[in-house]
Design a protein around this ligand. Structure first.
Ligand SMILES: [Zn+2]
Length: 397
C-alpha cells in the first residue's frame, strides 16, 4: 500500500482535499483519501509531495502520426496554409524518422500525465508503438474524399486499417475527417458500418466551414476545386455545418466534436438537441498555433456542454501535454476553476472513451494513474508558467 500526501489532492469526484493522504494499492488501485488524523499508525510511511495530486489525464484528440512535424511549421497562418505545409513536408519524411518521432512524442505525453488517448490515424505508423504500450489508445481511423467515385475504395482502405488495429486488440473505429471533406456516399458508408461505435469529427476550426455550408463558397470550396477539378460545383445547404450532416449519424451514438473554435450558440443548441451524448473537445494551443483564436469557452460552460481536452498534433503544438492546454485556458479564462478544468481533462474524456469505470477520478476501485502537478499556486489553485506535471503512478485499463 502507498500513502501519498500532497498540499492538495483533487479527486475530481468530490471537493479538493487539503492535509490529506491518498491511499493507493501497489497495483495502482485507489483505496481512498483519508485525513492525516485518520492515519495515525506510525507504521504508515507517508510520502509527501509539494504540489497537487490528480488522476491521470485523458487526451481526446491527438495525431501521433504527425509527430515528425514538430517545429517545422510556421504559426498563425490559418488552416488553409497549414494544410498546404502538411502536404509539402510530408513526402520528405522517412519511415524510420517517423516511427522514432512517434515513440518520443508518445513517451513524453505519457510522462507528462496522460493515461489514455484518442488518436487519429490515416495509416498504420502508430500501430507498432500502440501494440507495445500499456497506455490505453482508441484509434480513430480517419477518412476523407469529396469525390463520390473514390468513396468505396477509400472506405475499403479504412476497413482494412481498422482491422489491423483491432487484430492487435486495440480499440478502433472509422470516423469522418471533417463536416466538409466527405462525399454523401462516403458519409453513408461510414454511417452504415458504424453500429454505435465511437465517433469524432473536426468541427468549425475556422469560419471557412460555415461559409462552405452557407452557399458553397470560400477557401474550402476553392481547395475542393483544386483537388477535384471535375467535381460539380457545390452550392451549400444554407444551414450550419453540423445541421447539414447530422442525419448521417445515429443520435444515440457518442460523438466528439473537435476544435469548435468558431462555434456559436446556434451550433451548440443544434448539437445538444440532436445528439444524446455529444462531447466538445478543446485544443486551445493548436487553435492559437493555427488560427490565433480560441473558442468561446464560457458559452460551452453556460450551455452545460461536456467538455474534453485534446492536444492535437506536434504539427500544430509544441508539446502533447494536457497540463499546457489547461494553462492556456486558465490564462485566457482565469475564472474557470482548476477543479473544473481538471474534470474536463480526466473524467469527461474517460467517459467519452467508456473508461470511466477505471479512469478519470480518485474513486475506490479505479486505477486512474496519479499525476503530480508542481509549482502551482496552492492558495488560489492557479497554474503558473513554470507549473509542470508528471505521472507518478501509471494507470491500468
Ligand atoms: Zn486534428
Amino acid at each position: 500500500m502507498l500513502y501519498l500526501s500532497a498540499d492538495c489532492i483533487i479527486p475530481i469526484e468530490g471537493e479538493p482535499c487539503f492535509n490529506s493522504v491518498l491511499v493507493v494499492e501497489d497495483d495502482g488501485t485507489i483505496e481512498g483519501i483519508y485525513t492525516k488524523s485518520e492515519l495515525t499508525d506510525p507504521l504508515y510511511e507517508i510520502i509527501h509531495y509539494n504540489g497537487i495530486l490528480c488522476p491521470g489525464f485523458v487526451n481526446t484528440h491527438c495525431h501521433l502520426e504527425l509527430s515528425w512535424a514538430k517545429g517545422l511549421f510556421s504559426e498563425g497562418e490559418g488552416l488553409d496554409y497549414f494544410i498546404w505545409q502538411l502536404g509539402k513536408f510530408r513526402k520528405s519524411i522517412s519511415e524510420v524518422y517517423n516511427l522514432k518521432a512517434i515513440e518520443k512524442a508518445a513517451t513524453e505525453m505519457i510522462q507528462s500525465g496522460t493515461v489514455a488517448t484518442a488518436d487519429i490515424a490515416n495509416g498504420k505508423h502508430t500501430l507498432d508503438f500502440k501494440r507495445r504500450s500499456s497506455h490505453y489508445f482508441h484509434t480513430f481511423v480517419e477518412v476523407f474524399s469529396s469525390d463520390p467515385a473514390n468513396a468505396e475504395a477509400v472506405f475499403e482502405k479504412s476497413v482494412q486499417l481498422k482491422a489491423e488495429f483491432k487484430n492487435q486488440s486495440l480499440a478502433a473505429s472509422i470516423v469522418p475527417h471533417a463536416t466538409y471533406s466527405l462525399s454523401d456516399k462516403l458519409f453513408r458508408l461510414i454511417a452504415n458500418a458504424g453500429e454505435g461505435e465511437l465517433l469524432t469529427i473536426h468541427h468549425q476550426e475556422n469560419e471557412d466551414e460555415n461559409l462552405f455550408y452557407k452557399d458553397g463558397n470560400g477557401p474550402i470550396a476553392a481547395r475542393r476545386k483544386a483537388f477535384n477539378p471535375n467535381l460539380p460545383a457545390y452550392s451549400g445547404t444554407g444551414k450550419r455545418p453540423m445541421e447539414s450532416i447530422a442525419a448521417y449519424f445515429d443520435p444515440d451514438q457518442k460523438l466528439l466534436l473537435v476544435h469548435n473554435t468558431v462555434s456559436q450558440q446556434v451550433d451548440i443548441d443544434f448539437v445538444q438537441g440532436y445528439f444524446k451524448q455529444p462531447y466538445w473537445c478543446l485544443c486551445p494551443n493548436a487553435n492559437l498555433f493555427i488560427e490565433k483564436k480560441l473558442p468561446d469557452i464560457d458559452l460551452f460552460r453556460k450551455k452545460n456542454c461536456k467538455i474534453t481536452i485534446g492536444t492535437d498534433s506536434l504539427a500544430s503544438n509544441h508539446q502533447l501535454s494536457i497540463l499546457e492546454e489547461i494553462k492556456t485556458i486558465q490564462q485566457h479564462f482565469p475564472l474557470i476553476p482548476l477543479t473544473e478544468l481538471l474534470k474536463w481533462s480526466t473524467l469527461n474524456g474517460a467517459e467519452f472513451l467508456s473508461q470511466e469505470q477505471k479512469l478519470g477520478s480518485f474513486v475506490k476501485g479505479k486505477r486512474p494513474g496519479v499525476v503530480l502537478i508542481e509549482n502551482a499556486d496552492i492558495n488560489t489553485l492557479l497554474l503558473k508558467t513554470e507549473t509542470t506535471s508528471r505521472l507518478i503512478i501509471p494507470a491500468h485499463t
